[in-house]
Design a binder for this molecule. Structure first.
Ligand code: UDP
Length: 476
């Protein structure tokens, strides 16, 4: 028996639009799936949607409620067909058949784990691109790892090996730092990860949130290595201004912005480890002690603060919490912060980040240099891109990933409960990050240059603009 609270599975049905004989049985299949407790979405063109809705409306009420029919427009006029000519039986002549097939253009861009999208794309005869959320450099390193397997030649999980995917730079990694894709297939999730790799290999290419000028030729090298299309379309977050919409922001947002307003330009360190990054308590304490004792004001975002041990909570209350009092040295936010707006604030002079690709791009777009504290997956590779390739970051010196169910490597000694990075080391990195001497200024200058390139890429005639235009026009 299903438990009453369990969410039903969701089926998306995309029937072949050419004949009613495909619309009808697949709509009925949707009704049957709904009668078995599934939620169903049927996607088709407007004329066919009317047929599907008519059938769904005759299904018993509770099943009906579980089915959504969604119509996507059919470009009949563009294809030289009369309006509403959305099926083969509506065509009036032999030549219109060719026009009808030509009008069935489109493309699937699928998240990396929705591997089933490939079969759907093949059935529809449209290309299937994968969107990973990783940058091109990380994808390029992963391609190298899949093909050349240098991680299998080292004796221990901490022995470094080279990944010379972007010459002359050599990415240095250890097995422990690799994304879970390189775990033995017998590990938790190993089979699913193998499926993801197979999806990549079989798909038509990658749509990547990056811009060609950012990753020093990684997009072209990735295209060469995979023999697939690599379409750089980012930085996608730049499609909107980093404005603060008070309606959509949690209450912490205005507190952050007001606190930043009271600080000098380029004086604040913003510390955040992504949407869910949590350090082990002992490590969090070392970080906290460094933050409260460094001279710079600190805006520190902590996720999962409720689950911290009592002594850590108390330490935070006594030492780091000034509750947003204007002029206080440290503002701790336990929850969600308006990161894009924070990075864009003139008071922010450095960003301590876990090197998530979204955060990295946002820091680049705001020209904020980074102190890099990678947690896992692609982040150890992103760190080297930020620090060694782009020259806009300072490494904190983390060598071991934060352990999660997915990163559990099976390599003994992975679970570091003790703090790997001591307070002094963190302070050193912060000092370097906020230093306004020649090295700091060099990083700042490089970050400013990249910001301009990021903006230019999406402007008319820029690289990402052209890539998006070509992508869309290739189906027009
Ligand atoms: N983010 C945010 N507020 C927070 C934490 C995260 O707005 O308090 C946003 C951040 O701007 C970025 C995303 O969440 O767009 C995090 O993505 P990223 O790839 O950096 O890291 P992940 O969360 O996937 O580890």
């Amino acid at each position: 028996m299903e438990s009453a609270t369990k969410k039903p599975p969701h089926f998306v049905l995309f029937p072949w639009t050419g004949t009613i004989s495909h619309i009808i049985p697949m709509t009925d299949l949707g009704c049957l799936l709904a009668s078995h407790g599934a939620d169903v979405t049927i996607i088709t063109t407007p004329v066919n949607a009317a047929i599907a809705r008519g059938r769904v409306d005759r299904a018993p009420a509770p099943h009906r409620a579980a089915i959504t029919v969604t119509a996507i427009p059919f470009p009949a006029a563009d294809a030289g067909l009369p309006e509403g000519c959305e099926r083969m039986d509506l065509l009036r002549s032999q030549p219109e058949i060719a026009l009808f097939f030509a009008a069935n253009k489109g493309c699937i861009i699928s998240g990396m784990c929705q591997t089933w999208a490939l079969g759907l794309a093949r059935e529809l005869g449209v290309p299937c691109y994968v969107f990973h959320g990783f940058g091109a450099f990380a994808l390029l390193c992963m391609e190298y790892l899949f093909k050349h397997r240098p991680h299998e030649a080292v004796a221990s999980p901490d022995e470094p090996f080279d990944v010379p995917a972007l010459p002359p730079f050599r990415c240095r990694l250890t097995r422990r730092q690799l994304p879970p894709h390189f775990l033995p297939p017998t590990s938790v999730g190993g089979k699913a990860l193998q499926g993801i790799r197979e999806f990549d290999v079989a798909a038509d290419g990658f749509v990547v949130n990056t811009f060609e000028e950012l990753e020093r030729g990684s997009t072209a090298l990735l295209a060469e290595a995979t023999e697939k299309k690599v379409i750089a379309v980012g930085s996608v977050a730049l499609c909107r201004a980093p404005s603060l919409d008070p309606q959509s922001m949690p209450s912490d947002a205005s507190r952050c912005m007001a606190w930043l307003d009271g600080k000098q330009p380029r004086s604040v360190v913003y510390v955040s480890f992504g949407s869910g990054g949590k350090l082990p308590p002992a490590q969090l304490m070392q970080l906290g002690m460094a933050l409260v004792s460094c001279p710079a004001p600190v805006l520190w975002i902590i996720k999962g603060a409720d689950a911290l041990p009592d002594d850590v909570k108390e330490w935070l209350r006594e030492n780091a919490d000034a509750d947003g009092v204007a002029g206080s040295k440290c503002l701790v936010v336990r929850g969600w912060a308006p990161q894009v707006a924070i990075l864009d604030h003139p008071a922010v002079g450095g960003f301590m980040t876990h090197c998530g690709w979204g955060s990295t791009l946002e820091a680049v777009a705001a020209s904020v240099p980074m102190a890099t504290w990678p947690f896992f997956v692609d982040q150890f590779m992103n760190e080297q891109l930020i620090v060694d390739v782009l020259g806009i970051g300072v490494s904190v010196g983390v060598t071991k990933p934060v352990e999660t169910a997915l990163t559990a490597s099976g390599d003994a000694g992975g679970s570091e409960v003790e703090a790997e990075v001591g307070m002094e080391k963190v302070k050193e990195a912060l000092e370097m990050l906020m230093d306004q001497g020649p090295k700091g200024e060099e990083r700042w200058k490089k970050a400013q240059e990249l910001k301009l390139k990021a903006k230019g890429a999406l402007e008319k005639g820029g690289s990402s603009y052209i890539n998006l235009e070509n992508l869309v026009q290739s189906f027009a």
